[in-house]
Design a protein around this ligand. Structure first.
Ligand SMILES: [Zn+2]
Ligand SMILES: [Zn+2]
Length: 376
């Protein structure tokens, strides 16, 4: 069949045209897309920062309704029954199942040496999987997908992906997992999050749900810090109020118990200097999780001695394993009434206005601009 889609012919050039959707196999699912978010990596792709095999149909944060199922499909990846018409969201990363990492480190699928991701592949690629900027997407048998709980707004499903990124980043901070010995994170502990973009805000809601006693968010924009409070921040810090970096670091530390700094720092700004600031902000023997630099964003001078002197645990966090979607969906379900998740969607467009959506996502006006193939 054909599907109307938004195709990035090359970086910076979007066209609307029909693409071929492969025939439904017995273990495939066809999704009618409701919406698909524009993520920082999509902006990066548009700006020419990614060496991809164009043309590409972008979009790896999408949800929609099941339009058709293969003859062998009875449940989603969790085992819950599914049928045509059910709302679902799709895990965009697909592993090869064959390489050394797939065989030896299956709990970390992002280490797969031949990983495919919906929204980054050539539109004519053999497997036929493409991104969510399309009326229909074929979800093939290698792919995990999850039914959304009854009563959940289907649009929230498009947040399952960034919330998986955010919850995993937060959960990295739990290691080694001896909270009663203050090793790793635990109930009542403090976390500072650098950056009040979608990942930072979602990490704040995760930290709150995960029992944090104090959630400090650092950003430069007051509007974002205001929203951060509604996502669970107990303290907000506008770094432009501080004279210099040292002043900012002391400012954050002064908010914490004993003024030693937060137990956990999550760098979600993607600004190189934020990493060195995060190292200094964290208390000695604490933890730093780096999630902001999923794409190259420049470099910074790092003094390795400080990592040793502070006896710091430092974790990188790239995406998530598929089951992280279960965590994200239950969090959306659990907190949907209290946390204003849908306010992140502050720029909704159809195909015709996609360039505006990219612009607003790039300049920070939109938290999460979304493309709605069927119209807004
Ligand atoms: Zn993304
Ligand atoms: Zn592999």
């Amino acid at each position: 069949m054909q599907s109307n889609a938004l195709v990035m012919e090359e970086s910076g050039s979007l066209t609307q045209r029909d693409i071929a959707v492969p025939e439904l196999g017995p273990r495939d699912v066809l999704v009618e897309v409701e919406l698909s978010g524009i993520c920082g990596s999509d902006v990066h792709m548009n700006d020419g920062g990614m060496d991809l095999d164009f043309p590409v149909v972008p979009g790896h944060e999408f949800s929609g309704f099941i339009a058709d199922v293969g003859t062998e499909i009875e449940t989603d990846s969790k085992g819950d029954p599914v049928e045509v018409g059910d709302p679902i969201t799709v895990v965009p990363g697909v592993v090869c199942g064959d390489c050394w990492y797939c065989n030896n480190v299956p709990t970390r699928p992002t280490t797969c040496e031949d990983r495919d991701v919906y929204g980054f592949l050539n539109v004519d690629y053999g497997q036929g999987i493409h991104g969510g900027f399309s009326e229909y997407v074929l979800v093939d048998e290698r792919t995990s997908f999850y039914r959304l709980p009854d009563g959940m707004d289907v649009e929230l499903g498009a947040l399952a992906e960034p919330l998986s990124v955010a919850t995993r980043a937060f959960e990295r901070g739990f290691r080694p997992g001896i909270p009663d010995a203050r090793e790793g994170f635990g109930i009542g502990k403090s976390v500072a999050i650098q950056g009040a973009g979608p990942i930072g805000l979602l990490a704040a809601s995760a930290a709150t749900a995960g029992g944090a006693g104090q959630v400090i968010i650092v950003d430069a924009i007051d509007d974002r810090l205001g929203l951060a409070e509604r996502f669970g921040a107990t303290d907000t810090v506008n770094f432009t109020d501080y004279e210099d970096e040292d002043d900012l670091i002391e400012g954050v530390k002064s908010l914490t118990s004993g003024h030693v700094g937060p137990d956990l720092v999550i760098e979600a700004a993607g600004v190189p200097d934020a990493v060195t600031q995060g190292i200094e902000m964290a208390r000695d023997g604490g933890t730093l999780v780096e999630v902001g630099h999923y794409a190259y964003n420049g470099e910074t001078d790092l003094n390795p001695t400080r990592l040793v002197q502070k006896d710091l645990d430092v974790f990188g966090s790239l995406a998530y394993p598929p089951i992280q979607f279960e965590t994200a969906i239950s969090l959306l379900d659990q907190l949907g009434g209290e946390v204003p998740f849908t306010e992140l969607f502050n720029c909704k467009t159809d195909f015709a206005d996609a360039e505006t959506a990219y612009e607003k996502q790039a300049n920070g006006e939109a938290y999460r601009a979304t493309i709605h193939p069927g119209g807004v």
